[in-house]
Design a protein around this ligand. Structure first.
Ligand code: GLC
Length: 735
């Protein structure tokens, strides 16, 4: 397996031209301006499979560079591959070693589909609980998000695939994402929104995707300060930046602002169109689809889709048409074009594309990938409440209730959609696992997701409901069973934010009716993030199972029957919608085209701590079927050493969490506590483990707009526990 090394960089002619392998340096001297330009934008993939396609330079044996989505698995219209759980479920495991494995599998499947670049992971911070793409991201906390961003990038890159952390930066909502101006302070950028990208770059990401939005008035594809000076300068990023699709305006502005590759580089009508992800097309394997709904439309005709959640292709000045002249006229220095093409060639060289070297073999839908999909879905499952009804005994008679219990909830809508080769629904999984009777009642019409195809067609599909309202029949089935299992889902998609945190349609009503009929009711949530749970006092257990992917049924059955311990912990705070810091319209979704990050650094648990508001379920919360005692801890500036004991007779998983409480400093606002590190460990019944958790300097620092990262002198309290609101041990440190 190719060993990755950072190639040194030095500054020349105001642009960073990296010291490249000879093959790249030589190529640059031989390439014409037109050929260099062809390496800086998308073209039409003659095979009709790649979402992004940079054609090669045949004259000099430079092959094409092929890019595909996405964070939950490889998406090629009309084809299938492993549908992994949503990244939010992965992050809920708090196990970044598992995230490396996840990245490796994504990379292996990318190679298995003969592609070179994966447009993943999505690493934007979860700032508002209603963001339509929260399921694609990791956390409300920057340390947690950064750890998972780095781990997934590392995994992808070791497979000779270029990872593309996205969307740089402050793309934290879908409403008006293609036009919104994000007004955000430098400290919040540095402490919250940039760290996951910095971690991804440090882990070796070969590409970074710029966001659609503008930040403090400048479009991210043109953002000289955040792209050239911060990402490529301070963070020493030596790969190429790629725009989001139709996410640019002026070619010169983008090229000089630090954008290296403009995508898709062709009119919308020539793009590889989305394909109806149906079982039929999935079964057809790799049949290349005909052009989709965009066929024959030019940019101006593309239907106005879902508000401003989709970009307007007609505003993009394509590199293919204007960059060469901009270079010849001197508007864009030729050294900058060399840097752009050189960065692309440098990454192609790094993954073995230029030397016909021994690239890692790919594979899709392997037994290992199927097992990983199930393990992550189970490990990411969060047991929010349990009065003892779980785990179920094998002979329990169960009623499986819910409008979507006959389908696996693969993910949300948009470019991250997946199309699995195999999948199990909750009904499949529980029927296969249970020894007792299993009665199935949907109780409501199916809650339909929103697909990428819907987005291109102008919005969610309003066709006839699939199924009937049969709440009473569901309640009767619940009454006749030992335990009622109610499955409920939300709907989330790219290009649209959720309208509320309530479960859609009449699911709350269904849950209440079932809970009235049986006091041993378990609610399983398949959601994209926080939801309101008005019925939680009336049920015996609540389980958050996120978007679990193809292994939905097998994974949730393994957890409900105790074959696997619910090892997940919340990567996002659950609370009533009106209590979040973004509840105010000015802060989300913004007014008059501008969204104001007035909450500054107080996002997620940082906000709830400062507001002294008790959340419904705090960041880091989650129960195990076992129970743990925090026995001992010692800390120094670099490490917290913690001993935890499993005080029950069943094996369990614990996520040890370390927070730092800084000293109060006059005139300086700081969060009451901030996550400094964490470790997920399986702890056998009755045993103890001692874990070292690294604390880096940033754990004690704040970003000062004048002095940069600053560690104030004083006493720091290191808190150790199992959530932001459940601290077991405290130790002090003088800095
Ligand atoms: C979309 C998404 C981005 C995706 C790209 C290609 O607009 O924002 O995440 O990778 O286009 O599909």
């Amino acid at each position: 397996m190719r060993q990755y090394r950072r190639i040194d960089s030095f500054v020349m002619n105001d642009f960073v031209i990296h010291s490249m392998e000879n093959s790249v340096t030589e190529l640059l001297t031989e390439l014409t301006i037109a050929e260099k330009v062809s390496l800086t934008h998308g073209s039409v993939d003659p095979d009709g499979r790649s979402t992004g396609y940079v054609r090669g330079v045949e004259r000099l044996d430079v092959p094409a560079l092929r890019m595909v989505d996405g964070p939950l698995g490889v998406r090629i219209p009309g084809e299938s591959s492993t549908a992994f759980p949503a990244p939010l479920a992965l992050a809920a495991t708090f196990d970044d070693a598992l995230a490396v494995e996840f990245g490796e599998a994504l990379g292996r499947e990318t190679r298995g589909k003969d592609q070179d670049v994966l447009l993943a992971p999505g690493v934007n911070l979860i700032r508002t609980p209603r963001n339509g793409r929260n399921f694609e991201y990791f956390s409300e906390d920057p340390v947690h998000a950064g750890a998972f961003a780095a781990a997934v990038v590392e995994g992808i890159q070791t497979m000779d695939v270029i990872a593309t952390p996205k969307h740089y930066v402050a793309n934290n909502q879908e409403t008006d994402r293609a036009s919104i101006d994000v007004q955000v302070g430098e400290r919040a950028l540095r402490e919250l929104y940039l760290p996951a990208f910095e971690a991804a770059v440090d882990a070796g990401a070969g590409s970074v995707m710029t966001a659609y939005n503008t930040v403090n008035g400048t479009r991210m594809s043109d953002h000289d300060r955040l792209v050239n000076q911060v990402l490529k300068g301070e963070f020493d990023f030596d790969g190429y930046t790629v725009s989001d699709w139709f996410g640019t305006e002026s070619a010169t502005g983008a090229a000089n602002g630090g954008l290296d590759v403009e995508m898709p580089g062709v009119p919308m009508a020539e793009m590889v169109a989305p394909e109806e992800n149906t079982a039929e097309t999935a079964a057809e394997g790799s049949d290349v689809p005909d052009a989709g709904p965009n066929e024959g439309l030019d940019d101006a005709e593309i239907p106005e889709v879902v508000g401003d959640g989709m970009p307007d292709p007609s505003t993009c000045e394509r590199f293919a048409e204007t960059l060469a002249n901009a270079v010849r006229s001197g508007e864009v220095p030729e050294s900058r074009l060399d840097d752009m093409a050189g960065r692309v060639l440098g990454q192609m060289d790094r993954i073995g594309l230029l030397d016909d070297g021994d690239r890692v073999e790919g594979a899709i839908d392997t037994p290992g990938h199927r097992d990983l999909a199930e393990r992550v879905a189970a490990r990411g499952t969060v047991l929010l409440e349990n009065d003892g009804v779980l785990p179920l005994s094998d002979d329990t008679d169960v009623a499986v209730i819910g409008p979507n219990v006959d389908e696996a909830i693969l993910g949300g809508g948009g470019s991250s959609e997946t199309s699995p080769i195999v999948e199990t629904s909750p009904t499949d999984g529980i029927t296969a696992r249970a020894d007792g009777a299993v009665t199935v009642r949907r109780g409501l019409p199916r809650v339909e997701g929103v697909s990428l195809l819907d987005l291109f067609a102008g919005g969610p599909d309003e066709s006839e409901p699939d199924g009937a309202v049969e709440i009473e029949a569901a309640a009767d089935a619940a009454a006749a069973a030992d335990v009622a299992l109610v499955f409920a889902r939300d709907v989330a998609t790219e290009a649209l934010d959720r309208e509320s945190l309530s479960l859609p349609d009449r699911q709350d009503e269904l849950i209440e009716a079932v809970a009235d009929a049986n006091d041993r009711t378990v609610v399983v949530l398949n959601t994209s993030g926080p939801v309101e749970t008005p019925w939680r006092e009336n049920v015996a257990a609540v389980v958050e199972n996120w978007y679990p992917g193809q292994a939905h049924g097998d994974a949730i059955a393994a957890v409900l029957y105790g074959d696997r311990d619910p090892a997940g912990r919340l990567p996002v705070t659950f609370a009533p919608a009106g209590t979040y810091p973004t509840a105010d319209e000015r802060r989300f979704p913004g007014v008059d085209g501008t969204v104001h990050y007035d909450e500054g650094i107080f996002v997620g648990y940082r906000h709830f701590d400062r507001a002294a508001t008790e959340p419904t379920y705090p960041f880091g919360h989650g129960r195990s079927y076992a129970d743990f005692e925090y026995v001992e801890a010692s800390v120094d500036v670099a490490t917290a050493t913690v001993t935890v004991e499993n005080v029950t007779d069943r094996d369990g998983h614990e996520v040890l969490q370390v927070y730092v409480r800084p000293p109060a400093i006059d005139g300086v606002e700081r969060p009451e506590r901030a996550l400094a590190g964490f470790a997920a460990r399986e702890i056998p019944a009755g045993e103890r483990v001692t874990v070292d958790i690294d604390l880096d300097e940033r754990a004690f620092a704040r970003y000062d707009e004048t002095d940069g990262w600053t560690v104030d002198p004083g006493e720091y309290v290191v808190e150790i526990g199992r959530s932001a609101r459940d601290i077991s041990l405290e130790r002090s440190l003088e800095r």
